[in-house]
Design a protein around this ligand. Structure first.
Ligand code: DHB
Length: 423
């Protein structure tokens, strides 16, 4: 891992009210797509490891630690896979344990560690925050020689975390069922530059059938969670997927549009919003979804041909990719293995929140998920945020208007949030 410290601290300077021993420790990761996330450094020009976040954090007076994390495509000299789940989280925990083990010599305040990441990296950040010191990871941490210390942290920042993978297919169909055309982009890397071209299609008959099955699964799942809205009512969905959980989802989107109007930005009177005298009164759910469009086929994550990042994530040392849901396995187009359900459960931050006794959970959470994000259902971050809220943890959740799947777009606000907790 790389450690960066504002130079002024070694000249006894105070930066943003912090000194060498009191500065928060900010830990952004570079993971996207569950690929390996190498450690990075200020000035790194590689597209995926753009390091401007680190530079901005250093100027705020934070100590910045960039830990390299294994990912799904990594192999050893024998061609064996050495970065499948849960390698990414083992490495991140090992880095945190190292920092805390060396607390007397490490720059910054080791009790003020804040993780940050986007998408798969956001899921890692959330998993770290939820699973502090959980015994599940002990054996592998021992095997890689992690320091004998703790890995619980102070606060989590997560942008569009792609998590809750065992329920993500169902959540996606609760949202997009009935919308049968999908629109995504093909990415080619040419001369170090990403080139995008449109890729569109229609769901086939089997996909439409599975969509309805998955939608029903989600309704059952959501009702089983016994989440409560801020008024204390249980959040539920009826047989057709409507109810106060859908109302809550729409509320977050309405708040997002309202905030945008109040910032003075034009929304161009979209047909899915009813705006009266500058107030967003309602949002037409289906019309809004048709506007942002479906991105993924069915199932959205556990691909029947094993071609998605998540299938690859759940491979093992010899097997490249596996299924991780019953429907994926049942309708597989390949002779395929199914991942150990205990592993699937173990990398879902939500499962630690529902089973609080076994982990030390971060007290402060900031989650952002773009209102135009189609990589996972809105239900996924909303379930996470609501669970945290129901546990009376400090959760700041917002869905920025028109933001697609992306992160680190509001660092000034993120750093203000960190300062408000630490100072
Ligand atoms: C990421 C995006 C996805 O749509 C997905 O399924 C997994 C990971 C990402 O950007 O990290």
């Amino acid at each position: 891992m790389n450690v960066f410290v504002p130079l002024g601290y070694y000249k006894n300077e105070i930066i943003n009210d912090y000194g060498l021993n009191t500065a928060p420790i900010f830990m952004p990761n570079t993971v996207g797509g569950y690929f390996p996330g190498p450690r990075t450094f200020p000035g790194n020009k590689k597209i995926l490891y753009n390091s401007s976040t680190m530079v901005k954090a250093l100027s705020r007076g934070y100590v910045v630690v960039s830990a390299g994390l294994r990912g799904r495509t990594l192999t050893n000299e024998k061609g064996e896979f050495i970065g499948k789940a849960p390698a990414f989280i083992i490495d991140m925990k090992a880095a945190i344990r190292y920092i805390k083990f060396n607390k007397d010599n490490f720059p910054g305040d080791v009790n003020k560690i804040i993780t940050n990441g986007t998408s798969a990296g956001g899921a890692i950040s959330a998993l770290i925050g939820a699973s502090g010191n959980n015994v599940f990871f002990e054996k592998e941490l021992d095997e890689i020689g992690a320091a004998d210390s703790s890995d619980n942290i102070f606060a989590v920042s997560a942008y569009c975390p792609i998590h809750n993978l065992e329920n993500a297919d169902a959540a996606y169909e609760w949202q997009f069922n009935g919308i049968n055309d999908w629109h995504t982009q093909k990415i080619d890397i040419k001369n170090g530059k990403a080139e995008f071209s449109p890729l569109n299609g229609q769901l086939n008959e089997l996909e439409k059938q599975l969509s309805s099955k998955l939608k029903n699964q989600f309704i059952e799942y959501l009702n089983s969670l016994r989440l409560r809205n801020p008024d204390g009512d249980y959040l539920t969905l009826n047989k057709i997927g409507e109810g106060n959980f859908l109302d809550l989802t729409k509320k977050f989107l309405i708040k997002s549009a309202q905030t945008e109007i109040e910032k003075g930005n034009e929304l161009n009177n979209p047909n899915f919003l009813d705006i009266r005298n500058g107030k967003v009164v309602s949002l037409k759910w289906k019309a809004y979804l048709r506007y942002i469009t479906r991105m993924k086929k069915v199932p959205a994550f556990d691909d029947l041909g094993l071609n998605n990042p998540e299938n690859d994530l759940f491979g093992d040392i010899k097997i490249k990719a596996k299924h991780f849901t019953e429907i994926g396995q049942k309708y597989s187009e390949k002779t395929a293995k199914k991942a150990d359900p205990e592993l699937v459960t173990a990398i879902n931050p939500l499962n630690y929140l529902n089973n609080q006794s076994n982990s030390l959970i971060a007290k402060h959470w900031r989650i952002r998920h773009g209102a135009a994000d189609r990589d996972t259902s809105f239900a996924v971050p909303i379930i996470l945020a609501t669970t945290l809220q129901n546990m009376n943890l400090d959760i700041d959740f917002f869905m920025p208007w028109a933001k697609p799947h992306s992160g680190d777009y509001d660092l000034i606000d993120l750093f203000d949030w960190i300062d408000s907790l630490v100072k």
